[in-house]
Write a protein that binds this ligand. Structure first.
Ligand code: SF4
Length: 76
């Protein structure tokens, strides 16, 4: 389960984040949802833009479901 205390430091403040210890750097979230996730060249992904609209929130919720490492949290 993602832990808001283990957020990648690059995550912008807000509800959604990537847990830097759980992320396996598969790059899926940044490929599938580039409007909200980016890959850090040093490894791991992070949330660069928090969702605002209902559609954007749905996108981030979908990223949570698709993440193979269960590394994306929505309780930040
Ligand atoms: S999908 Fe999950 S494991 Fe893969 S890069 Fe994104 S946060 Fe990391």
């Amino acid at each position: 389960m993602p832990d808001p205390n283990k957020k990648n430091e690059l995550n912008v403040p807000g509800k959604y984040y990537v847990d830097k210890e759980l992320c396996i750097d598969c790059d899926q979230c940044s490929r599938d949802m580039p409007n909200h996730f980016k890959r850090n060249e040093a490894g791991g992904s992070y949330v660069w833009k928090q969702p605002v609209t209902t559609a954007e929130i749905a996108e981030c919720e979908e990223a949570i479901v698709r993440c193979p490492a269960e590394a994306i949290g929505n309780n930040g």
